[in-house]
Ligand binder design. Structure first.
Ligand SMILES: [Zn+2]
Ligand SMILES: [Zn+2]
Ligand SMILES: [Zn+2]
Ligand SMILES: [Zn+2]
Ligand SMILES: [Zn+2]
Ligand SMILES: [Zn+2]
Length: 519
């Protein structure tokens, strides 16, 4: 990489000088609401429930899924007058569509029986799949153990006699197998209800989460939406990637592929040191806010992202394409003895650097917004664990009255998520072809950032005056202040929500992406 004139590239001054956390957070109020209390960083991206979107889906626990499965089986069993474990076999065969099962059964019962292994002349017991072939318990143990080890196919298991096609149903499995295999079989059965059920229910993709999400009502052709699990993980219903409104699944796929191909560079940018723009000493980024302060004697304060002085820093400076012109501006005469090939090579390297700079610019901001989301959710957790109770006690009001605060935090997290993905969108805007779009893009980014910053400062910093136990302030004055504060934050929340509603719409419609995504 060519490091000429590049502040970011001048990393490290060799003496290992590193600014500690205490130096970086100067403790002043504008440091971005850094909490003094130590909190463990939640693993993985956690997302707040969608405050903006009206809920058009339901989150299901495993028990709720099991309950639905049993209700469907009971319904079919009753209508067809068959045992409910057979109803499960039928339902699974017809992808859990109750009406289809009934239809097929009543139009040709024999064909259906043959297809799923329910011979009419053979009645199963709790120790055999059919009335002709009997096995001892240890044979069954081995047979079912092997089948379960083979994966979900165990759900279509037939009688051990190779010439017999009688189905082995769950009741039989429960009666003749070991507890461990019984549980594994039950898990496959549960998963089948979600995974083979035609896509109306999907598992939450968060690691370790056992919940599923179900679209409510009729949303055919309307499957591009973010859903939020009770574990707070948000994901795209269509592509299962993390929630990414207002950006299309194609853009997300292209962006994530780009990130993994640039993994080394991307990791480097998140861990690297930058040089203080004033004294050029190396300064290291700690997780958290972007307000940096160089160590003494320099003490220069600047923004980590854009390196502008912190004083009067309202928003990060925009990406300036014009600052880094990629043109062959060297006059032929000045090239001296340089051959044509050498000039071409130089040109190629400058182009490569410009394209890398552009990627890093967007990547750094995309990643910084993820950090902001985590931080916001941690602050919100902290608030819900203790902050709200303390504040309610100070004001002598019920804690439920303070819901408006949680709502503000949820909106900040939602807004940051939108901003995060909008940077991926921005990367795919062509610097030349999409110049006009880029102008609008930068404008919307700036506005959105200031909305979120005002909301954050009101929710976090202005709230602190209510944690002073009201000392020296009369109760009436305190309540007066509280009412004014509540109104301000509620108004700001409403306005920000409205702004983001429009922003999302703008990116989803007015700035169509089809011509800017590189396939
Ligand atoms: Zn045996
Ligand atoms: Zn048999
Ligand atoms: Zn979940
Ligand atoms: Zn998607
Ligand atoms: Zn400095
Ligand atoms: Zn900045």
């Amino acid at each position: 990489m060519d490091n000429d004139n590049d502040v970011c590239g001048t990393d490290g001054d060799g003496d290992g000088d590193c600014v500690g956390e205490d130096d970086i957070y100067d403790g002043s109020d504008d440091a971005g609401g850094y909490l003094e209390e130590e909190e463990t960083m939640a693993e993985g991206l956690q997302a707040a429930s969608a405050a903006v979107a009206k809920k058009l889906y339901a989150v299901l626990t495993e028990d709720a899924i099991l309950d639905r499965q049993q209700k469907a089986a009971a319904d079919v069993a009753e209508v067809l007058s068959i045992p409910s474990s057979f109803a499960v076999v039928l339902l699974r065969h017809f992808k859990w569509r109750t009406s289809r099962v009934k239809e097929e059964w009543f139009s040709d019962e024999r064909r259906v029986r043959d297809a799923v292994g329910m011979p009419a002349d053979s009645v199963p017991t709790r120790s055999a799949a059919c009335s002709s072939h009997f096995y001892c318990v240890s044979c069954w143990h081995g047979y079912i153990h092997a089948a379960v080890g083979d994966g979900p196919r165990c759900l279509s298991l037939r009688c051990p006699d190779p010439a017999c096609s009688a189905a082995v149903v769950q009741d039989l499995v429960d009666a003749v197998t070991l507890a461990e295999d019984k549980d594994r079989y039950a898990r496959f059965a549960l998963r089948s209800f979600v995974e083979d059920g035609g896509g109306g229910i999907k598992w939450c993709p968060a690691p370790g989460c056992a919940h599923a999400v179900e679209l409510v009502g009729d949303h055919a052709g309307d499957d591009s939406r973010d859903v939020f699990c009770d574990c707070r993980h948000g994901f795209c219903w269509r592509c299962s990637e993390e929630a990414h409104r207002p950006v299309s699944c194609d853009t997300v796929r292209a962006w994530l592929a780009k990130n993994s191909s640039e993994e080394e560079t991307a990791n480097w940018i998140l861990t690297k040191t930058k040089s203080c723009p004033k004294c050029w000493r190396a300064i290291e980024k700690n997780q958290g806010c972007n307000h940096m302060r160089c160590s003494a004697p320099c003490g220069h304060q600047f923004c980590w992202i854009c390196l502008d002085p912190w004083n009067n820093h309202h928003r990060c400076s925009r990406y300036n394409y014009d600052q880094r012109p990629v043109v062959d501006d060297e006059p032929a005469a000045a090239a001296g003895g340089q051959g044509k090939a050498a000039r071409k090579e130089k040109m190629r390297r400058r182009q490569a650097k410009a394209s890398l700079d552009r990627y890093l610019y967007h990547y750094e901001r995309w990643a910084a917004n993820r950090t902001s989301i985590r931080k916001t959710l941690e602050d919100m957790d902290h608030l819900q664990r203790s902050g709200l109770k303390k504040m309610a006690a100070t004001l002598e009001i019920p804690v439920t009255e303070l819901k408006f605060l949680t709502k503000a935090y949820e909106l900040i997290a939602d807004g940051r998520r939108v901003m995060r993905w909008v940077y991926a969108y921005g990367y795919y805007l062509d610097p030349v072809r999409d110049k006009a779009k880029r102008g609008l893009f930068d404008h919307l980014q700036d506005d959105a950032n200031s909305w979120l910053e005002s909301l954050h400062s009101c929710a976090e910093l202005e709230r602190r005056k209510f944690s002073l136990n009201g000392e020296g302030v009369g109760a009436d004055a305190m309540n007066e202040t509280y009412r004014a504060y509540k109104k301000k934050l509620e108004d700001l929340t409403r306005a920000t929500e409205h702004y983001f509603g429009n922003l999302v719409k703008a990116f989803e419609t007015d700035m169509p992406e089809f011509n800017s995504v590189k396939k």
